[in-house]
Design a protein around this ligand. Sequence first.
Ligand code: UN1
Length: 516
Amino acid sequence: MSTGIKSGMIDTMSDLGKMSYGNFINGKWVKASSNETFTSLNPANLNLSLGTFASSNKKDVDTAIESAHNAFKSWRKTPAPVRAELILKAGYLLETRKEELAQIMVQEMGKVIKEARGDVQEAIDMAKYMAGEGRRLTGQTVPSELPNKFAMCVRSPMGVVGIITPWNFPVAIPSWKIFPALVAGNTVVIKPASDTPLCAIKFVEILAEAGLPDGVINLVTGSGSVVGNAIVDNPLVKAVSITGSTDIGSKVASRCGELMKKISCELGGKNAICVMDDADLELALEGALWGAFGTAGQRCTATSRIIVHEKIYQEFCHEFKAITASLSIGNGLDPDVAIGPVINRAQLESINRYVEIGKKEGAKLLYGGNILTQGDYQLGCFHEPTIFMDVNSKMRIAQEEIFGPVTAIMPVANFTQALEVANSTEFGLSLSMYTKNVNKAFAAIEELEAGIVYINAPTIGAEIQLPFGGIKKTGNGHREAGTTAIEQFTEWKTVYIDYSGRLQKAQIDSFESLDS
Ligand code: UN1
């Protein structure tokens, strides 16, 4: 098979930025048919480019989908354990190239090097886990109500799957979608975020190197409005999986609804940690710091609200400010840096607008609040970690996803009020309770309205072997990761095998004697 031709294997990091990258269609790296390109910039220094990328149009997308459609014919017939072997191989290749991918990720997305390694590790974990699924892909067998009749349910792949991924986990999130889709027998067309095309290209390069047949995985770069829409609209695409904002996700879901396509959405969050007066305060402070400012707050699971019992409120705010002040901000390649840049200028400005909104709403700015403009910072997109206190549920900064290093501390009088405040947003991804009281812990598990609940741990850090996703406006009922990931990418086929040699009538024959 022809692989990796012009994606450009990077031999040295000094090659970064000098290369031009194409789309991956039918096992080959090809230019956009329009020949147009766009660049991906390093958010720590916008003068540095990661390279130029194909600015694709509908024609490119349709060609990629056609190739995926053709490849589906034999891929679906390839036994799942054999498909899984290729995914496992991709996992091992990812392991070998973990450091290379992590270094690229820091430069393209901005997260700090330890977290970038974690992002690649999440993809390695997913490859190994989904490779195991190849020998399971469980169906159901249940008894028939009729004699000499067998009843079962098996999974069928859906066909071509369209995958639209964000920039914040530029290797992990593609892996969450691509590996289960492939192991289940689907073929894939992925459109990665335009802020992180290189990470996705490196990932796809590894899949090709693992030996996936031509057309099984295809990648098309370009804008959401052109490439994303063309994927969603193409009738050969049977299912779409998207991670992104609630605004975009709901538009894609509406369109898929019209077209009767399966759509799984993983969208916004407004996650909270609740800290009760009986909590281990040091543990809660450490958790809140990691949850709020890890990945510069650019996780859909980020702790953007900290709900604190009034008895410990002043102490918590005081201590939280002190530990936040100790975080170093800078280029994520420096191992001592805790907070890297945010993804781009537009996001930087949007974050800072929320700081202004918070001030106007009457929240007290406890720490930070500024875009960093001095020295080397001015070359990139750096925002101070920012803490508001005395925030209430009515404020926009307590309701809207900011997606940056900004968190809101909210005082509450008791446990019941903490739960009420935690549940008071339209999102429902990840909520956390810090308490030493086992009764309160279990009550919180029951009452918190979220797809993921943590006890004595922050809102970030989900593991791939459990379902990931949220309720309310965070999603549309699907879950990524875990065995549930397979649900997004398979159809059920119910099978009845009658070996009685005669016509048997369900609902009638077995009940005639009982009726009389
Ligand atoms: C995301 O922010 O979109 O649970 C995903 C976590 C990570 C995944 C975050 N494992 O924080």
